[in-house]
Design a binder for this molecule. Structure first.
Ligand code: ZN
Length: 142
């Protein structure tokens, strides 16, 4: 039985800090486009001035978008880069912790404003990850 997993090789690794008041998703995607990264694993740690995230409803096949304008720790972040409509696309899920340690979490959206973000991008080569519409889930998957 096929697992759908493919073998890839490790390419370049990038690590650095994003500028304050930039958009977390847009900055990572722009960096990957500029660096020619088409597949990667991405992790990040830091703090956000604004959090934006979503929950995908498996019944309606629609995202419920949410945002919080208060300050949060970026306490969890896991994601990947693949190609969607010819450009590097970040798919990430994140957990945001507030002043009381209470968390919200979900599918990361554009609209997260960086206070501090230390980002690590681990390029994958020898693999082609292209997102296309999947009828069963309603999502763009590879
Ligand atoms: Zn997601």
């Amino acid at each position: 039985m096929s697992t759908g997993l493919q073998e890839a090789q490790v390419g370049r690794t990038f690590i650095g800090r994003l500028a304050t008041d930039t958009d977390l998703v847009e900055e990572i995607e722009r960096f990957c486009a500029d660096a020619g990264i088409q597949a990667a694993g991405v992790s990040a740690v830091g703090a956000m001035r604004r959090a934006a995230y979503a929950y995908y409803n498996q019944t309606t096949k629609q995202y419920k978008e949410m945002a919080s304008p208060s300050h949060h720790e970026l306490s969890g972040f896991v994601g990947n880069i693949s190609m969607r409509e010819g450009r590097p696309f970040l798919h990430a899920h994140a957990t945001f912790a507030d002043i009381n340690g209470e968390c919200v979490a979900g599918h990361l959206l554009k609209g997260c404003t960086v206070w501090v973000a230390e980002v690590e991008i681990r390029e994958l080569v020898g693999v082609e990850l292209v997102r296309e519409h999947d009828e069963l889930t309603g999502l763009a998957l590879w």
